[in-house]
Design a protein around this ligand. Structure first.
Ligand SMILES: Cc1cc2nc3c(=O)[nH]c(=O)nc-3n(C[C@H](O)[C@H](O)[C@H](O)COP(=O)(O)OP(=O)(O)OC[C@H]3O[C@@H](n4cnc5c(N)ncnc54)[C@H](O)[C@@H]3O)c2cc1C
Length: 439
């Protein structure tokens, strides 16, 4: 693609919500913290120890289930943040359908008091598989087995000009928290008659239906609060990659006057001129751009040589989720690359929760010299299509011939006849899963 075939989206006017800049930049910087103190912390006694990295959808459940299965194993859960904010349902918050992020936020204190999990709030900076040590911003600690569930980080090399400041102008809101608040603020500050663009990456990425759900809910917000405004969804994929008939119906039936779907890939940003370049795209002037970059396993997995040759996802054994690159280290959630026959398990909170349970079962089995058990897991994924309706797709995954395979699928009826009840099921799922992660 030559430069002259590229066209421009121009972001006019000041981005709103810049008050949040400091927080997000500080978080980006903390990822670069060096190995920190060499001093050993939490010295290991005679008890066997599992260290879990990442207190999100996968890590909290793995930590809890190891303790529930075998109280003689000490579990240390390392998480950089004091609270965890759920990405699932953050699109509802962004679109003004939740007053704040309280219903999306969990704390860790009950994991400690109910299960005896030792919490360490620190940045993990390195893993030494030979010495079986983890380096953190607080010091080093030893493990017998390590479970790594760090989620995703962004691959921005393919977007010229993208730097640490870019998300403050073009928020990704693909990690929930300050980024979600910034995008919501920008939408609310936009004048009626403005245009919003969502730029989504090529598969694979965290939550395949997430950008389409976001498009529906933002279009719904605009229709109600800024009826002269418009939303453009720029999809780097050649076609809709998830729940296509359901999303297409919503766009056609509910948002045909304020929504446009276009294939196009973000290739360049200019923070100063607030310009986003999309291949093969006409000039558009837009007020708010939600730029979701391509993704890979969390930085710590890449830095610790847990990723494959492309430095993207972490190959693991299909039964135990043990890394194929380093012994006694298990990887789960968004970061994994499971051997699959057909469609892979989606990178979802539901998948991470399922994987965490059978990972914990097999970690405890391996530590006790017992046989491991093969995976049988579910992923059910709800997406809002309007203020009052959601749709879902569910899959059963089983181990067949050494690979993970879909053995059953269920999709919502295309007439949205279950839309209202599925919205309630989705809300109930969120409540249950966040309670499970935090008690
Ligand atoms: C907008 C949106 C909507 C979504 N909706 C749904 C949905 O409806 N249903 C669904 O099932 N899924 C949904 N998802 C996907 C879901 O959020 C992820 O798949 C899930 O969070 C993955 O779990 P994880 O444990 O791999 O990572 P995470 O949940 O992100 O947890 C990773 C944790 O590790 C910590 N961490 C990372 N590196 C370090 C380090 N070096 N040191 C210390 N701590 C570290 C992070 O702070 C984080 O808390 C959605 C995602 C998005 C973006």
């Amino acid at each position: 693609m030559t430069l002259d075939r590229r066209n421009f989206i121009k972001l006019l006017g000041g981005a709103s919500g810049l008050a949040l800049t400091g927080q997000a930049v500080a978080q980006a910087k903390s990822a670069a913290v060096s190995a920190g103190s060499a001093a050993e912390i939490m010295p290991k006694g005679s008890a066997r120890r599992v260290v879990v990295i990442g207190g999100g959808y996968g890590g909290t459940i793995a930590a809890k289930y190891v303790r529930m299965l075998d109280k003689s194993i000490e579990v240390v859960l390392i998480e950089r943040n004091k609270e965890f904010v759920s990405c699932p349902f953050s699109n509802f918050y962004i679109a003004g359908l939740m007053p704040d992020m309280q219903a999306l936020t969990i704390k860790y204190d009950k994991l400690a008091s109910n299960h005896g999990i030792k919490m360490l709030h620190a940045e993990v900076t390195a893993i030494d598989p030979a010495a079986k040590m983890v380096a953190t911003s607080q010091g080093r600690l030893a493990y017998d087995r390590l479970i790594v569930s760090p989620g995703i980080d962004f691959m921005t090399d393919g977007i010229e000009g993208y730097d640490a400041q870019t998300p403050e102008i073009f928020p990704h809101a693909w990690k929930a928290g300050p980024q979600s608040a910034l995008l919501r603020k920008q939408l609310q500050a936009m004048k009626d008659g403005g245009t919003v663009a969502i730029s989504m990456p090529l598969m694979p990425f965290r939550c395949p239906p997430g950008p389409y759900e976001r498009a529906c809910l933002i279009a719904s917000y605009l229709k109600k609060h800024k009826p002269k405004s418009k939303l453009i969804l720029l999809d780097a994929n050649p076609d809709v990659v998830s729940k296509k008939p359901l999303f297409v119906k919503a766009w056609k039936d509910y948002y045909k006057d304020n929504f446009q779907y276009i294939s196009g890939q973000a290739t360049k940003v200019d923070n100063k001129t607030r310009t986003l370049v999309i291949d093969n795209f006409d000039d558009y002037k837009v007020e708010v751009i939600n730029l979701i970059p391509p993704q890979r396993a969390g930085n710590i997995a890449v830095a610790s040589d847990l990723t494959d040759d492309k430095k993207r996802w972490c190959p693991v054994d299909a039964v135990s989720l043990e890394s194929t690159r380093h012994k006694d280290i298990h990887v789960l959630g968004d970061a994994t690359l499971l051997p699959s026959d057909g469609p892979a398990m989606p990178k979802s909170g539901y998948s991470a929760n399922s994987q965490a349970k059978f990972c914990a079962i097999n970690v405890v089995a391996l530590m006790n010299g017992k046989p491991t058990a093969a995976l049988s897991a579910i992923n059910a994924c709800y997406s809002g299509v309007s203020e009052t309706e959601s749709v879902s797709v569910s899959h059963v995954f089983k181990l067949v011939g050494g690979k993970i395979k879909v053995t059953a699928t269920a999709v919502s009826p295309v007439d949205f006849s279950l839309g209202k009840i599925e919205k309630a099921y989705g809300e109930s799922w969120l409540k249950n899963v966040l309670t499970e992660m935090s008690t």
